[in-house]
Design a protein around this ligand. Sequence first.
Ligand SMILES: NC(=O)c1ccc[n+]([C@@H]2O[C@H](COP(=O)([O-])OP(=O)(O)OC[C@H]3O[C@@H](n4cnc5c(N)ncnc54)[C@H](OP(=O)(O)O)[C@@H]3O)[C@@H](O)[C@H]2O)c1
Length: 244
Amino acid sequence: MSRSILITGATRGLGQHLAQHFAARGYRLALTGRDEQALQALAHQLEGQAAQVITAVLDVVDTDAIPGVLEHCAEELKGLDIVVANAGIAIAARGGKGHWQDMRKTIEVNVLGAMATAEAAIALFRRQGHGQLVGITSVAAMRGLPGQGAYCASKAALSRFLQSLRCETLRENIVITELAPGFIDTELNRGMPSRPFVVPAEKGTKIMADMIEKEVAFRFVPGWPWALMGRLLPILPNRIVAGL
Ligand SMILES: NC(=O)c1ccc[n+]([C@@H]2O[C@H](COP(=O)([O-])OP(=O)(O)OC[C@H]3O[C@@H](n4cnc5c(N)ncnc54)[C@H](OP(=O)(O)O)[C@@H]3O)[C@@H](O)[C@H]2O)c1
């Protein structure tokens, strides 16, 4: 039987492109997100290619709803091989400038939403006896950047959570994959003043889909130049980072 994959935040951006790649590779898909119409439109578009497509409305801020949605999708698809905790937001917010609600929302979606997705996925994988959890962090997890404190903190928190899960599941048939993109062209970063080394979404998500199929533990995406930049960022002096 073909493999199955559930994606959170599949309505736009990386989630939508990943869905297209996995549909073309013959997967059974569970598309989840907040916008039911967008999910239906994507499902309709992918029906001819994917082995099966189902949709489920899911706002990851509603963490109590996540286990039920994963269970439902697993039942419909007769198991979930891969769960991608992709849903995320990035709101520019400098400290002490009245952006607390944006910062709080960033943590709710990127940390609590992704952790709750991971938690439900691992529980499901243990019952199934196998599974792969994919978390989408960021190069921004490597270093606090000006104007992105909450986003950097959220991705660093998710990265550490995934590391812990990788240790905890080491002797089980469970794979934990962390993908840390640099800049991939989506609405998330189109308003940013600068997007160094940005790559088209089609190209970036093909690399991501390949890395997921290879069951890597961690990769920067794309590898060049972010594998180098990701390691340089933490050691750059504050006066240089402040000017970025
Ligand atoms: N693009 C990049 O360069 C880049 C770099 C590093 C990391 N990332 C990470 O990659 C992931 C996807 O980003 P993207 O570039 O595809 O962003 P995007 O184009 O803005 O799309 C974000 C997706 O997440 C969904 N979403 C937002 N809040 C949600 C919630 N509460 N519940 C469920 N879905 C929600 C959005 O759905 P709605 O339509 O309902 O808002 C949308 O489908 C994020 O975690 C982001 O931090 C992206």
